[in-house]
Write a protein that binds this ligand. Structure first.
Ligand code: ZN
Ligand code: ZN
Length: 128
């Protein structure tokens, strides 16, 4: 067995993934790349080894945009959904909003990168 299995995909279903094993480094990020790529003030991420992620949809692997010296952002070429980042290192980072079940305890962010880039109003005090 390959351990725990996660599935997810884009809005239109063209790009689908299955990820196996440990969802590592759960964190949110409010860097400008995350914000511009997604249109959201913050993104939530987990990471898998590249060979633990299979692209299972009819669209195969997602489209990519070279966003930094070491990484490319991945997205669906049909619907534009943000899916994550494919690093030059053998790591694939997936945004947890693309998971079929995002309400899993291991997906809860334990750190917030570039927190200074996050709008102050994002933390809704007293919200339930
Ligand atoms: Zn799509
Ligand atoms: Zn970021």
């Amino acid at each position: 067995m390959k351990g725990k299995q996660y599935s997810g995909g884009c809005l239109c279903g063209h790009i689908r993934f299955t990820a196996h094993g440990v969802a590592a480094n759960p964190h949110s990020c409010s860097c400008s790349n995350c914000q511009k790529h997604s249109g959201a003030p913050s993104l939530c991420w987990v990471e898998f080894p590249r060979d633990a992620v299979e692209w299972t949809g009819t669209g195969g692997t997602p489209a990519v945009y070279r966003s930094s010296d070491y990484s490319s952002r991945s997205f669906c070429p049909h619907c534009g959904s943000t899916l994550g980042a494919i690093d030059d290192e053998p790591t694939v980072a997936l945004v947890t909003g693309s998971f079929d079940d995002g309400d899993l305890p291991e997906l809860r962010p334990v750190s917030h990168s570039y927190v200074d880039g996050c709008a102050a109003w994002w933390k809704i005090e007293g919200a339930v």
